[in-house]
Design a binder for this molecule. Structure first.
Ligand code: ATP
Ligand code: MG
Length: 779
């Protein structure tokens, strides 16, 4: 047997060696699904299947690259080069380059990113004279995006009175017009947005049977990772392509389906067996990633979901430390705890920074983490958020490059026609847009014929426009011979872009200059790298496509030793030695916006399951009692997910705080009632009740209760404070100070009248107070 196959257990070996026919592997986190896919491809190749005939779809391009490298080690680099691997978007963008002409698209079509799409929608809303407070660009964007992912074309929309009515109900009766105009403008600009890459592929495969037949014949073996997160559009593409040979292998975990909010349909995995004949179902049960405690904790949480397939996940790995749960007073304290714990763990276990990950529900939570890591000089890297290619200066350069390749690209043109400033005003640009719409031509075509078109622009402005056309055309000439790198370098100089940034003379300006330099380096690397792994020339078109589809995870520099910060959504499929899941608070995680229905809540729980199962050795779950949200300090309660973990797997680092159970929130609130009729009412601020026993006896047990039952022990209350200063105030107690507000006792030192407490206050930071004078109230 091939040596690499010995790195699989028996259950994994079976699907790996199953060469033909439809098959599905359903298995829990860390059980080797991705490993099986990888080895299966190597095995297929060893059985004589041509790499050209294999298509493998992954969740990120990074995952595809890693898989390819792994396979290259087994079968050799030159063979692995010919594999088609990547995300749905990147693979089908490539196919549309070859075949888009059937649909009237040029092979050099631009890919509009979200920002471009939203800008275009914004200007359409303006041109149509609609109220931008009702037709909010982001909402319009996500509505149109969801139509596209459900394959509702403009025509289908127009013929569907229900959809029109639904939009009219949200006071947007003219959605259809926006949609039609948007599609038309993209088409005219030779541009596709992200959703088009799937929608247009579907259109291509349905309308052109010969094209479908050609790709069915080509992709004789299709493999899909993370199948549970495919949307309807992706599902149809896979089904169409696999229809002829039916050699389709999908792997997934229903418990890790976390993209329903973007249209992913968990039924794709549940119904797979109905879609094909004689489907072989495989299950993997042994988790190789995590310790017993982590696997046990994750299993006990996901048990709370009603909609799930029965699955066993166990591990032969060691028991490991328990899942640590830590409470802080504020998000700032939470950050400090995480940073200091990373620091200590690094020292104790000789770990590198890259073995730690901090995962959160929302990007905004990274700030407190960053501040704390910076103070401790711990290198970190944030994934997601604003990607490198979306920074202004980078997008400016890219827009020039896009325009060179596709002068019809309206968004690129609008972005650079007057940047750096060349005296072309907004009125002129608006008139150009109107003229282009009137003549049914692109703006660039109007510019080229500016003397002939009927447009109210004076001759001075016309000359400036002509200069701009000449500039772009000179770049186009250069593009025929120069490398992408030479061209980009010339562009940043010849347009005056570098000079413009230089002029700023601010530290931010310096950073921007460095970014542009970094990008030029990136182009150079890309050209060289592309030749190495994919056997292509690495021209400008390829570079731009790579950029348009890069997720932030893909820009990772392999050699960087940094703590990883990212949202849980982005962490899917990854693993780290130590994982911190932070901000485990009601209304944040589960998110307040995802608690309206059982299915939303269950998706949040799956997200938590994904987070927990990223950890190999140690998981930390942290929450804060108050945090800044939207600029305000808000009180919060621990997340229900913490309570759902079986106690045997957890270690409460801080005294346990029981969550007040709102009857509305208890497990069965969705019982017989129609789920979307119930609205979750966020619990009011938690109030801490004095422990029933004396603080000293049982200081770790707090009960949270309603204000009516509230009793407080006050340090200034004569009847109560007799002994407070010398023996009842202990580390971990929550106290209230008249000026600094609520705080947590970090340390106690000294004796009798000299007793001092170090307290971390919500509003005043860490203070050392002499208890004799400090007016403290234990809460
Ligand atoms: P996820 O659901 O999180 O995507 P997965 O099911 O895809 O997880 P993998 O990432 O393939 O799981 O595997 C998890 C870890 O276990 C990886 O580090 C992998 O190398 C390791 N692993 C998988 N199978 C084996 C095996 N038979 N022997 C040793 N290690 C294994
Ligand atoms: Mg995986």
């Amino acid at each position: 047997m091939e040596e690499y196959l010995s790195q699989l257990n028996e259950a994994q070996l079976e699907p790996t060696l199953q060469k033909d026919g439809p098959m599905i592997i359903i298995a829990g986190a860390g059980s080797g699904k991705t490993r099986v896919l990888t080895y299966r491809i190597a095995y297929l190749m060893s059985q004589g299947v041509d790499a050209f005939n294999i298509l493998s779809l992954t969740f990120t391009n990074k995952a595809a690259r890693e898989m390819k490298e792994r396979i290259a080690k087994i079968v050799g680099t030159s063979e692995a080069k010919n594999l088609w691997m990547g995300t749905f978007h990147s693979v089908f963008a490539k196919i549309l380059r070859f075949e888009g002409h059937h649909l009237g698209f040029p092979s050099n079509f631009t890919i509009y990113d979200t920002q471009d799409s939203q800008k275009l929608m914004g200007s359409i809303i303006k041109e149509l004279g609609l109220d931008k407070d009702i037709y909010k660009t982001k909402q319009v964007y996500s509505r149109i995006s969801s139509y596209k992912n459900s394959l509702i074309t403009v025509k289908a929309y127009m013929n569907n009175p229900e959809l029109k009515e639904a939009d009219a109900m949200t006071r947007r009766p003219r959605m259809g017009e926006i949609y039609a105009e948007y599609v038309d403008r993209c088409f005219k600009a030779g541009a596709m947005d992200f959703d088009d890459l799937l929608l247009r592929t579907n259109e291509l495969l349905t309308r052109f049977p010969s094209v479908l037949a050609q790709y069915q014949d080509r992709f004789r073996y299709i493999l899909v990772d993370e199948y549970q997160d495919t949307n309807h559009s992706q599902y149809l593409i896979v089904r169409a392509l696999a229809d002829r040979f039916q050699n389709i292998c999908v792997v997934g975990d229903d418990a890790q389906s976390i993209y329903a909010f973007r249209g992913a349909n968990i039924n794709n995995i549940l119904n797979f067996q109905k879609d094909y004949d004689d489907v072989k179902l495989f299950r993997l049960e042994q988790n190789y990633r995590s310790t017993k405690n982590i696997v046990g904790a994750a299993n006990s949480v996901i048990e709370h979901n009603k909609t799930k397939l029965d699955k066993v996940v166990w591990t032969a790995n060691e028991e490991g430390p328990k899942v640590k749960i830590h409470r802080s007073l504020t998000d700032g304290d939470e950050g400090r705890y995480v940073a200091s714990t990373i620091w200590d763990a690094k020292m104790q276990n000789q770990l590198s920074n890259s073995e730690f990950a901090i995962l959160y529900r929302t990007n905004a939570q990274s700030r407190a983490m960053e501040d704390a890591l910076r103070k401790r000089d711990i290198p970190y890297r944030i994934y997601g958020g604003l990607s490198f290619y979306q920074r202004k200066e980078i997008k400016d350069v890219i827009s020039y490059l896009r325009l060179i390749l596709n002068p019809a690209d309206e968004e690129a043109l609008k972005r650079v026609i007057n940047y750096p400033a060349r005296g072309i005003g907004q009125t002129t640009i608006d008139r150009l847009v109107v003229a282009a719409n009137g003549y049914k031509r692109t703006i660039f075509e109007v510019l080229k014929n500016i003397d002939k078109v009927d447009i109210n622009i004076n001759s001075g402005a016309k000359n400036k426009l002509k200069d701009f056309v000449t500039l772009i055309e000179s770049f186009q000439v250069m593009n025929q011979t120069a490398t992408a790198f030479e061209l980009a370098e010339h562009v940043v100089k010849a347009t005056g872009l570098l000079r413009e940034i230089n002029k700023e003379g601010t530290p931010e300006g310096v950073t921007r200059l460095e970014n542009v330099e970094e990008m030029l380096n990136g182009i150079k690397d890309f050209v060289e790298g592309q030749q190495e792994i994919a056997d292509t020339t690495g021209n400008l078109a390829e570079f731009l496509e790579d950029v348009a589809l890069a997720t932030d995870l893909d820009n990772e520099k392999g050699d960087e030793d940094a703590v990883a910060l990212m949202t849980i959504h982005l962490a899917k499929g990854l693993e780290f030695n130590h994982v911190f899941v932070v901000g485990l608070e009601e209304d944040l995680f589960p998110s307040a916006m995802s608690m309206n229905t059982r299915s939303e809540l269950e998706e949040e729980r799956r997200l938590f399951y994904v987070a927990l199962t990223r950890a190999e050795n140690q998981a930390y779950l942290t929450y804060a009692l108050s945090r800044y949200r939207w600029g305000k300090l808000v009180d919060s309660e621990p997340s229900r997910f913490i309570e759902e973990i079986d106690e045997q797997f957890v270690d409460n680092v801080t005294p346990k705080l029981e969550r007040r159970i709102n009857p509305m929130l208890s497990a069965d609130i969705f019982g017989d009632v129609e789920p979307n009729k119930i609205r979750y009412k966020p619990a009011k601020q938690a109030v801490l009740k004095k422990p029933t026993k004396s603080i000293k006896q049982e200081q770790t047990k707090f009960q949270v209760t309603t204000p009516k039952n509230l009793k407080r022990v006050s340090a200034t209350d004569e009847s109560n404070n007799s002994n407070l200063f010398d023996d009842t105030l202990t580390v971990g107690n929550l106290v209230k100070h008249i000026r600094f507000g609520t705080g947590e006792v970090l340390k106690i030192e000294g004796k009798g009248a000299d007793i001092k407490a170090e307290i971390s206050f919500q509003h005043g930071g860490v203070k050392k107070l002499l208890l004799r004078f400090a007016k403290l109230e234990v809460i």
